[in-house]
Design a protein around this ligand. Sequence first.
Ligand code: ATP
Length: 862
Amino acid sequence: MQTDAPPPDRASGLTDAEARARLARHGPNRLERGRKISPLRILLRQFTGFLVLILIVAAGIALALGERIDALAIGLVVVLNGILGFVQEWRAETALDALGRMMASAARVLRDGEERLIDTEDLVPGDVVIIEPGDRVPADLNLDAAAHLKVDESALTGESVPVAKAAGERLFMGTTVVAGRAEGVVAATGAATEFGQIATLTGAVGTKTTHLQRQLGRLARQMGLAALAVAALIGGLGVATGRPPVEMFMTALSLAVALVPEGLPAVVTITLALGAHAMVRQRALARRLQAVETLGAASVICTDKTGTLTEDRMTATRIVMADRAYEVSGTGYDPAGHIAGHAGRVRAADDAGLAALLETALICNHARLVRRGGQWQMVGEPTEGALVTLAYKGWAPLPDRDVAEAELPFSSDRKRMSVLARGPDGHILHTKGAPEPVLDRCSHVWIEGAPVPLGAAMRRQLDREYEEMAADGLRVIALARRVQSNDTLPHDEAGLCFLGFVGLIDPPRPEVAPAIRAARAAGIRVIVITGDAALTAQAIARQVGLNVAQVIRGEALDAMDDDGLRVALTGDVLFARTAPAQKLRIVTALQDQSQIVAMTGDGVNDAPALKKADIGVAMGERGTDVARDAADLVLLDDNFATIVRAIREGRRQYENVRKFVRYLLSSNAGEVVALVVNLILGGPLIFLATQILWMNLVTDGLTAVALGLEKSTPGQMERPPRPRSQPILGRGGLLTILVFGSYTGAASLWVFYTLLPMGEGLARSAAFTAMMIFEKVSVFAFRSLHLPCSRIGWVSNPLLLGALAITLGAQVAAIYWPPLQTLLQTQALGWTEWWMILMLALPLVLVPEVVKALISWRSARS
Ligand code: ATP
């Protein structure tokens, strides 16, 4: 076991060099992620499926019966299928693995005297770590300082009630911080931690099967069983009517193979996994494959405001005190700017009220400005960073770091924070927070350098000032303080003296307005749920193009019954001054109305709502570990526009799944029609078992995967979201399968019987090639469910063209290359046969094209 490292210099943390040395000694701070799947295992997995096992048995039987060629052919098909399956699954696996690696979290440490965010894996014993609510404790820590720290240790102990921790106690890796702040020194990392010793981390991505996968898996199993039953029946009938048993066994086997959409579940997984990987390029990380699939059905997005709709780059622009107001110039965290009143620039030294306000703003603060390479950077929370920048602009003296003795931390529920600090004559409680809770606790107001009782008229005036600032879209922070004779931290701040308001601008992100228009066009509603003030939120909503007909504040929401909430949720509503717990109620109410809800969140208390939502969306940059763990989707750039892009991607993927399900099933239907009708007609076998296996296993999967990579069709984001209950196939789908199956089945029978007089071998080779060509060319009809290829572009999916070229090349080899000729028992075709096949294949491309063109022309007209 690792021993605790000697304590480093607490004020500056480890030096970089020392950290590197310790990293080399102790190794990275990680627990081995579940078992990594080896390539060999993936390869072997290809040969364990139910169907493949049947095939292997069939090959054995064929061998025992002396049918060496058949046995070899089946064996080859199984091997080829295994290799293709392996390549695809390996790609999916590496894609998922890459996603897993991206989910690594960061820890806030003190190194070389600077506060830094580092990869959790780089933590070493001796590092000084700063912990905030929502953080997952990154290693075992000995607490140096703790303010109202509460930790959820359920991951370790199973006990779900958070426990309080004080300085001197130990924090364990894997537990989560629910409230408070703390600083501690890393005592053990990686496998040496408590958690590492008793558990292995299983948090790998996307291993859960999705609803869609389960649905399709069930479909495949049902079809498998049906296939076996039908095959047994037909085989039995054949033998009973005097056909040779070996031939009937092979027919029954081919029928079974023809009926089962073998590749389906694998193709779905591969499509979803590759899709999830592609989404990262759109800055959205799917934590579960479900997310991708469900996203396409989202009908409501509930979004917060700060950082998602806005940039979360706060700048203080206005200071309003009871008896005066100032404007502030400059942008961002660069302190080049001034505070100015009517009479010109002011500094803290010129105005005692301003000096007190800035001092409180600095003491109630954890942010810092640092200058790197000539650029000012802010470390900490943007609201607090803006206040530090403001204090720099007012030339306020920076308070001594250790005047602060205790803290009541900020939380989205309390909407304020307080710090108890030593003052010149006793102690001062400094408070900063949202205006409502702060003003409610003020009994005095600072006027002309002294506290005077806060009367009703002054309260009204302050409320008006606050409303005016909020209506301009400013985020308003109130600052207040109280002198107290003792050094006990009160539970609830009361009797404060109001110092002033600071108005911060947080401009809307430029991409949000177009994203909101896109969501509206796609029939997706956007509801803002914010902790900020109603007027501020409304102003921002207006700026990004959202209609707001009704604003409901947190207290009004509490007073509202479920029916009232349901009615409100049918209109254009905005929720302001909400507490995170209220999000859960809103999600539930929306889900009761059969909506599919995407909900954003970033704090600890958002986790229940994120779990409950159909798609919980957490923030990659701003969010806490707890929120990320609860979410299905993580926005790497915290941007609302990314949610809309991810929905577009989800819709694309779901549509593609529907396309290849139809495609694969209609290919199989054609083979079944040909086999069954032929059996009824009493002719010789139309396809050999090995030929069917070739079609279904070797060539179909590749085309289907390429179909899964089809780009999104135009107009995809102009349709309303699909209903929750929409089946994968539906009546339209079944009809399509029936029509395609009947045509391709009939056409290949026609080829077979027309050529039969010229020899069974030639007729069978031609029917086999015909079916294969029909299946390949009909893929164009499935590239879009609604639009003709002339609209989406014939060559817009190069991968599909590549897959077609490969499979057609394989078919040419199958009938001209002697070894394959022997295996598949084929003969070379002449021009006449090819001509016949191509003529029959043409309608499969042209008819759907014309039908779709007519339909889209008609719907465009109406
Ligand atoms: P959203 O929920 O849309 O992200 P938000 O960030 O404003 O909005 P909260 O974090 O719950 O929501 O903040 C609520 C209010 O608390 C803010 O409007 C602000 O007035 C105040 N506030 C925010 N951050 C701090 C802070 N660090 N210290 C004190 N008060 C704060």
